[in-house]
Design a protein around this ligand. Structure first.
Ligand code: F6R
Length: 588
């Protein structure tokens, strides 16, 4: 969601460097953008609805400025609502990420005091409140701290004062990282944007506030404004895995990277799997939580841990976690699954888990993310940057991590490693085989329909849910997943002549039952696409996958990812940037 990048330093062509930085944040999802640059004690602003189209706004060289990509929450997608927002004097500009939950009260107060608003956003109140604090005699640092204290919700704010040439940033959960380089200091919502500018970074803490000037960075305790020594982390500036290379889309690139991700995890993930298994063994109750695909990975893990290791580890959707809070105790372990490590619902769930005394663990892809930094135990997925909005390689990495953990719990760590390694090889072979072509031919049939269904049982049920989600996000075809046994309890009423039904039929205890369900669907006219090691007469089309045992959830996800990708192309959609969706869901 909203991307932020700010710079203070030697005068440069900020129109160019701010747009370049915002381009690197595009993957987060946005519907409008804006840039503010300081010049001659004035703030020059350029905003647009839609995407950055490659043209660079022309500004005089400047030493201070920031840009923002907005994903609308409060107020429609309009130029006026795009950030940055200016105060009444035109001296202060503000960019904001998050939702100011009490903005209506603040706005009403400001209006009563005669402040004029130019937008419908919650964010604009921040600019006016800062202006009032400055008018009351505070400098920008104190004004931002005092204003931020009045906001409720999970927010990140950066304010720039063109009068003093200062930029001040503060946050609550919503991430901000400051960078130091040779030509100036920078701040962004993601280290990807900092790479060209910084060689070391500071991950801003919720209790801190940071000031950027041409002299460098100053860090303060937010409450007392006592100056602190910043703790720097070196920034990996290599562009490893961040470029598209020869692939047409990040989605295809990231699908293709999966064998590498799994084979790496099979070796480097052992220590983390051992540590996680020990934490599970040491807890009275372990629960997992995640949102979207990460939630389905958690659910898959729940099936794996119970079927392989006889452990009951329930999985809850991140936003539903709070309704189970009475389960929390100091003897509980809560494991969050997340690619970005920034998903607001999940972070909130983990904060609640922390306040309930539970031990916190995470399976997370982005190192130094909020989740990574808040837990006691991290299983780093190290899948590399995932830039397609749709989760693919991070989903498989989570499954591999949980599969290995389950094998550690039964004392068979080497077997777990072999299984994940074999899954990596199997997926590499599938991707090099005729499967992608077969999927593409099949997509030409499926694309004519507006509804489809996906079924699986046991370990394949979460796979079905994930497959349906991928298809929905990429193609906007209504794809609905059900546990195979649920058909007769109502679902079958939806099936008509030709309805495509994707059926996961692995060679395990579920096969006979799920094939029987497929037969019932077929008798109602469904077009059955079987994903299975072996063919079956009930399949109208068969996508052959290798027999993978407990690794079937990893292997079976791949044909579904390919189908979602092909359907997106046939529908003329950009699979990397589905409508209305954002990569890093930093608001609730
Ligand atoms: C689906 C997808 C989303 C994410 C979800 C959680 O393709 O990508 O459902 O899985 O928004 O995101 P993370 O894993 O970053 O917490």
């Amino acid at each position: 969601m909203c991307g932020i990048f700010g710079y203070v330093g030697e005068p440069v062509d900020l129109g160019r460097s701010l747009t370049t930085a915002l381009k690197t944040l595009e993957y987060r999802g946005y519907d409008s953008w804006g840039i503010a640059v300081g010049h001659d004690q004035r703030i020059l602003v350029e905003k647009e609805v839609g995407r950055l189209n490659g043209s660079v706004p022309s500004f005089p060289h400047s030493s201070i400025g920031f840009g923002h990509t907005r994903w609308a929450t409060h107020g429609g997608v309009t130029k006026a609502n795009a950030h940055p927002h200016l105060d009444g004097s035109g001296r202060i500009a503000v960019v904001h990420n998050g939702i100011i939950e009490n903005y209506q009260v603040l706005k009403a107060e400001l209006k009563d005091r005669g402040r004029q608003f130019r937008s419908e956003t919650d964010s604009e109140v921040v600019a006016h409140l800062i202006q009032e604090e400055i008018a009351g005699g505070h400098d920008l640092t104190a004004a931002v701290a005092r204003t931020f204290d009045r906001l409720t919700g999970l927010n990140a704010v950066i304010a720039m004062d063109v009068g003093t040439g200062e930029m001040v940033a503060v946050k609550n959960v919503s991430p901000l990282i400051a960078g130091v380089g040779c030509h100036g200091v920078t701040i962004a919502s993601d280290t990807l944007a900092l790479r060209p500018h910084a060689n070391r970074v500071i991950y801003l803490d919720d209790h801190h506030l940071i000031k950027l000037t041409r002299d460098g960075i100053s860090l303060y305790e937010r409450e007392t404004l006592k100056e602190l020594m910043p703790r720097y982390t070196p920034l990996d500036r290599s562009n490893r895995d961040a470029d598209l290379g020869s692939y047409p889309h990040f989605m295809m690139k990231e699908i293709a990277e999966q064998p590498g991700v799994l084979s790496r995890l099979a070796t480097t993930g052992v220590d983390s799997a051992i540590a996680l298994a020990a934490a599970i063994e040491g807890s009275e109750l372990t629960v997992m939580t995640g949102c979207g695909s990460a939630g389905y990975a958690a659910m898959s893990g729940s099936y794996l841990l119970s079927s392989l290791a006889g452990r009951f580890v329930p999985a809850f959707v991140g936003s539903e976690f709070k309704y189970h809070r009475r389960l929390l105790s100091p003897n509980a372990l809560v494991i969050a699954l997340s690619q970005s490590g920034e998903t607001a619902d999940l972070i909130e769930a983990m904060m609640l888990a922390r306040s309930g005394g539970a031990r916190l663990g995470a399976l997370v892809n982005v190192e130094h993310s909020t989740l990574d930094r808040m837990v006691d135990l991290t299983f780093a997925l190290r899948a590399g940057p995932e830039q397609c909005v749709l989760a693919t390689k991070s989903y498989l990495a989570k499954l591999a991590a949980l599969t290995m953990t389950a094998y550690v719990l039964i004392g068979e760590v080497a077997q777990g490693q072999r299984l994940v390694g074999r899954a990596a090889d199997a997926i590499a072979e599938m991707l090099a085989s005729t499967l992608p072509q077969q999927v593409s031919d099949l997509a030409a049939v499926v694309v004519k329909h507006n509804h489809m269904f996906v079924i699986g049982r046991g370990l394949a049920f979460p796979t079905a849910l994930e497959a349906a989600l991928k298809i929905k996000e990429a193609s906007y075809i209504h794809a609905e997943a059900f546990a195979g046994g649920e058909l007769k309890h109502g679902v079958i009423a939806l099936v008509t002549d030709g309805t495509p039904c994707l059926v996961f039929a692995p060679a395990d205890e579920t096969r006979a039952d799920v094939v029987s369900g497929a037969t019932e669907l077929k008798s109602r006219g469904a077009f059955i696409i079987g994903v299975s090691p072996d063919p079956d007469p009930v399949f109208d089309a068969h996508l052959a996958v290798p027999e993978a045992g407990a690794a079937a959830p990893m292997v079976n996800a791949v044909p579904a990812q390919l189908l979602a990708y092909q359907l997106a192309l046939l529908r003329g959609n950009n699979p990397d940037r589905p409508r209305n969706l954002a990569k890093s869901v930093t608001v609730k």
